[in-house]
Design a protein around this ligand. Structure first.
Ligand code: 5AD
Ligand code: SF4
Length: 469
């Protein structure tokens, strides 16, 4: 196994010193130094952006949502599907006008897209207004890069092809005051044949349990109520540690920390989701009764070519075991429609899994070929219209199931985290059930950020409706 590079505390200290040097420079600017950080993709990217903001704050920057006002623009990108990449290229392309109006504004592109050689090349040649491109492995030296840009003014491309590193002690500016992300591991070893993640985020590497526990303990002390442990495949947590421990063990230790907070985690891979994990979920009172367990496809031949290393039967057996232990478990999943070579009959197997499991919600995707992955080389002859028709059948079936499952909540009273102000004037607040279903709530906004009893009074296929008690 390739060893993980651990970035030493002295290296991070050096970056923090560079932040101070940069803060000395930004303090002399005529206008207030502002930064705009735009994030695409998954929660891991959200968590990375919180670290970029952490560094930016130490460099003297405030934050803005306006590209015009910003002196530094950081676009944290996602490579999981082509559509995500096209949106980024569109938005980065449009920044050429901002750069023309404000030549001093630094434009940076990072994240999973940036780590792909063909993307870096395209930016180098055709998006000359972009000043800095860096991959996820070198995020820890962002201050050094900004300092170099401000003092030397030449374009920089830092996308080393490494198995990946772990850095502790990077400052964080969190986006929310009640919900927090905590990365417990980085990278992925699974190489599902359609997926770009292992190529851009490197091999699996786990943070030490002490570091994770210290972070969660501090969040709980600061009043965070909803803490999500993040990793591409949290179920294989700890295998690479000098003193190996498993995810169930970590979950139990997080659960034993003092404080009133909920623990969530994502994402889990079915092949590594064990009975021990389910038992731990059942006995740990802080662990939310919810599991996101992507099954991707319901047909064994497709699962095999996807390199998922589990069968439909194994998946369904795990779900049955989990439901027996936690009857009110909320289940969500990811599904890919139109994987290369998937036939009409094979797609029917995916629908059957939906009917059998009855997920509370589903994230559904049409297969998108990712250059460099094995699936991108496979014969993919199903016409797009047919894939779209299958996709629509899948979402229609799930909508009907979600609607039924939501209807069953009506009349119940649940202890929920009040997590936001409603953007719809008919409701005051938004809340989340313990299983993370959205509720639109009538009630006094002073409840924001607290656990409160909510009576569910109505439902549709997307959300629940209720009132504060
Ligand atoms: N095309 C479509 N969907 C994909 N996913 C990952 N790679 C691809 C791809 N190439 C989906 C999977 C995964 C989720 C995060 O994104 O369902 O679980
Ligand atoms: Fe991609 Fe599979 Fe790893 Fe998930 S488990 S990140 S789908 S390779």
């Amino acid at each position: 196994m390739e060893r993980t590079t651990v970035i030493s505390p002295a290296e991070i200290e050096k970056q923090l010193n560079i932040c101070q040097t940069v803060a000395g420079l930004t303090a002399q600017w005529p206008q207030r130094p502002l930064a705009f950080v735009d994030t695409y993709g998954c929660q891991q990217n959200e968590a990375d952006s919180e670290r970029i903001r952490g560094y930016l704050e130490k460099m003297g920057f405030g934050f803005t949502g306006s590209e015009e006002e910003a002196r530094i623009i950081v676009i944290n990108t996602c490579a999981i599907r082509e559509h995500a990449e096209q949106r980024v290229f569109g938005n980065v392309g449009a920044l050429v006008h901002v750069k023309r109006r404000h030549p001093d504004t630094l434009i940076c592109l990072c994240g999973c897209m940036a780590q792909q050689p063909q993307v870096a090349q395209k930016i180098r040649e055709s998006y000359r207004h972009v000043d800095l491109v860096f991959g996820p492995h070198v995020l820890w030296k962002f201050p050094e890069m900004v300092h170099a840009l401000l003092t030397r003014r030449s374009r920089m491309f830092l996308t080393p092809d490494e198995p990946g590193s772990i850095a502790e002690g990077i400052p964080v500016v969190r986006q929310d005051s009640a919900k927090a992300w905590v990365s417990i591991m980085y990278g992925c070893n699974n190489f599902c044949s359609y997926c770009i993640v292992p190529y851009v985020r490197g091999r699996e590497r786990s943070r030490k349990p002490e570091d994770i526990l210290a972070e969660v303990r501090q969040l709980a002390e600061e009043g965070y109520k909803d803490i999500t442990l993040l990793g591409q495949n949290v179920n294989s947590y700890g295998r690479d540690l000098d003193e190996p421990m498993d995810f169930a063990g970590l979950l139990e230790r997080v659960n034993n920390l003092p404080g009133d907070f909920l623990i969530r985690f994502m994402t889990s891979h079915p092949k590594d989701a064990t009975r021990k994990l389910f038992e731990t979920m059942a006995k740990c009172e802080k662990v939310a009764p919810v599991l996101h367990l992507p099954f991707q496809a319901g047909n064994d031949r497709i699962l095999k070519v996807m390199n998922r290393r589990h069968t439909r039967t194994e998946y369904l057996e795990k779900i049955r075991a989990l439901k027996a232990l936690i009857p009110d478990i909320v289940l969500t999943s990811d599904v890919i429609v139109g994987f290369p070579g998937e036939t009409a009959e094979e797609f029917e197997d995916t629908l059957r899994v939906l009917e059998e499991v009855r997920f509370d919600a589903l994230f559904t995707f049409i297969y998108s070929p990712r250059p460099g992955t094995p699936a991108a080389e496979m014969d993919d002859s199903m016409p797009r219209e047919e894939k779209l028709a299958n996709f629509n059948r899948l979402t229609a079936l799930q909508d009907a199931i979600s609607e039924e499952k939501h209807a069953a909540y009506v009349g119940k009273t649940l202890r929920c985290l009040i997590d936001g102000l409603s953007d719809d004037s008919r409701w005051d607040l938004t809340a989340r059930t313990p299983g993370n279903r959205l509720i639109r709530v009538v009630g006094n906004p002073s409840a924001l950020g607290q656990f409160r009893d909510v009576k569910i009074t109505g439902a549709n296929k997307w959300s629940l409706f209720g009132e504060l008690i």
